[in-house]
Design a protein around this ligand. Structure first.
Ligand SMILES: [Zn+2]
Length: 69
């Protein structure tokens, strides 16, 4: 029995912006959509998003913070 893994790798780009700008928009910036301040600390879901259309593209995977003792 063979198990086949399909690995798909492709360059990311923001299609709407690439079309609009005429140049490939492949940048991503880390952003928080609708952040809140909790006791002065920023809380919210972090995303990787397009810096031009500000569309969140991928959720930022956060490693669980080890509890500081
Ligand atoms: Zn975009």
């Amino acid at each position: 029995m063979t198990v086949q893994f399909t690995l798909s790798a492709s360059a990311y780009r923001c299609d709407p912006c690439t079309r609009r700008q005429g140049t490939v928009v492949s940048e991503l910036v880390r952003m928080i959509k609708a952040p809140a301040l909790l006791n002065g600390e920023l809380v919210g879901d972090e995303h990787w998003g397009c810096p031009i259309c500000l569309e969140p593209k991928f959720p930022v995977k956060k490693p669980r913070k080890p509890r500081s003792k």
